[in-house]
Design a protein around this ligand. Structure first.
Ligand SMILES: Nc1ncnc2c1ncn2[C@@H]1O[C@H](COP(=O)(O)OP(=O)(O)O)[C@@H](O)[C@H]1O
Ligand SMILES: N[C@@H](CCOP(=O)(O)O)C(=O)O
Length: 364
């Protein structure tokens, strides 16, 4: 009898989606959600010795699910594998290990919708490098590497540790500040295609302890309804429309709400009146409405009185997804949001999501 040609992955990396900001917590809070980016990594022990000169061949990258038609499959161009190579190079592993033959990526997180697809790809790269290089990095050090690429901590922290998380970036001394702000093109350089070529400069190693976080309680009764418009909005573009400075009134408005929200979402039963008001924002959503037709209407017309079960509603990350937190009536809430988006000519998909565990590496 012939043996079926099935390769068993040597390990799996699994990273959740995230929703950042949750209204007033711009660049501060993140929530991990039950859509996942999964890497199935195959190692071949027989290929573990490096060639005497030049670089070993990179792994074959295959991809299924969200983003499959647009994601680069060249490991020197793909975000996850470039981040992995960056972390490996910072630890004196100049190339992908020769034993790394294949990575199959299966992705449930839609690209450019405000559900943390890039943060998940970055964390997956850090975990991949940690496993390939047996680096045994702490969560704190993993965050340092992730923050050299994705420079706001909300998505990457929640994706790494899971749950409802608040984080800040430490004020670094001038030398460390400069080290943490090197251009992204130096962290993730273009790699020359010629296998004999040198990579050039050594990679910028991150300073220690850039990001710090705390996990808040989350009431088990709260689920997240993600209402996902069928168009992409890059986070970079949605950050360009934000002002450099804010009035004291607007900052106090957000801080008052964020202080209440981080505790209110952990209380059982959750208080809809308190949460609805505490999820309002004046720092990013008002500026992003021009990029997301329907945003002001969806966040103002759906309320706990008009839609029992609804606790609060906001833009997810940089958008265009809308995040409704609710205890019941998920379908009614999502369909009402769909109707509002339709008046703007925008079609949506929606999903009811749970709060997810943090990232994992599972060995077979
Ligand atoms: N799994 C992935 N593998 C490779 N690149 C990815 C992956 N997920 C996201 N990206 C990259 O990140 C981009 C989206 O990032 P971004 O604009 O920050 O939106 P999001 O809100 O989804 O994080 C994609 O267009 C793609 O270039
Ligand atoms: N705080 C960031 C969060 C971006 O999240 P994403 O999921 O849209 O990448 C912002 O609001 O810009």
């Amino acid at each position: 009898m012939s043996t079926p040609n099935v390769t068993t992955p040597s390990f799996i990396v699994r990273v959740p989606a995230t929703s950042a900001n949750i209204g007033p917590g711009f660049d501060v809070v993140g929530l991990s959600l039950s859509l996942h980016l999964t890497l199935h990594v195959t190692l071949d022990a027989e290929k573990s010795s490096s060639p005497t000169s030049g670089r070993p061949p990179p792994p074959v990258l295959t991809y299924s699910g969200e983003g499959a038609s647009e994601v680069p499959l060249d490991p020197y161009k793909n975000l996850t594998t470039r981040v992995a190579l960056y972390v490996l190079r910072c630890h004196d592993h100049p190339f992908f290990p020769p034993s790394l033959t294949h990575i199959h990526v299966d992705n449930e997180i839609p690209f450019g919708r405000g559900l943390g697809s890039s943060g998940a790809a970055v964390i997956a790269g850090v975990l991949l490098a940690d496993a390939l290089g047996s680096l045994r990095l702490s969560h704190e050090r993993m965050l340092d590497f992730a923050l050299m690429v994705e420079r706001h901590p909300d998505n990457v922290t929640a994706a790494l540790v899971g749950g409802f998380v608040g984080s800040y970036l430490r004020e670094l001394d001038p030398v460390a500040t400069e080290a943490a702000q090197v251009p992204l093109s130096e962290v993730l350089p273009e790699y020359p295609p010629d296998a004999g070529a040198d990579w050039g400069l050594s990679p910028p190693v991150p300073p220690n302890g850039i990001g710090h976080y705390v996990r808040f309680n989350w009431s088990d009764s709260i689920k997240a309804v993600a209402i996902i418009p069928r168009f992409e909005l890059s986070t970079a573009k949605a950050r360009e429309v934000l002002p450099e400075s804010y009035t004291r009134k607007d900052l106090v408005f957000n801080m008052q709400r964020l202080a209440v929200l981080t505790t209110a979402l952990g209380q059982s039963p959750p208080d809809p009146e308190l949460i609805y008001e505490a999820m309002k924002d004046r720092v990013h959503q008002p500026y992003r409405k021009l990029l997301i037709p329907g945003l002001p209407a969806v966040t103002s017309l759906l309320t706990p009185s008009s839609h029992p079960g609804l606790l609060g509603i906001c833009l997810s990350g940089a958008g265009p997804t809308i995040l409704a937190l609710a205890t019941h009536n998920f379908e009614k809430i999502a369909e009402a949001a769909r109707d509002i988006f339709r008046t703007e000519g925008i079609e949506v998909d929606w999903k009811v999501l749970e709060i997810a565990e943090g990232s994992k590496v599972v060995y077979s």
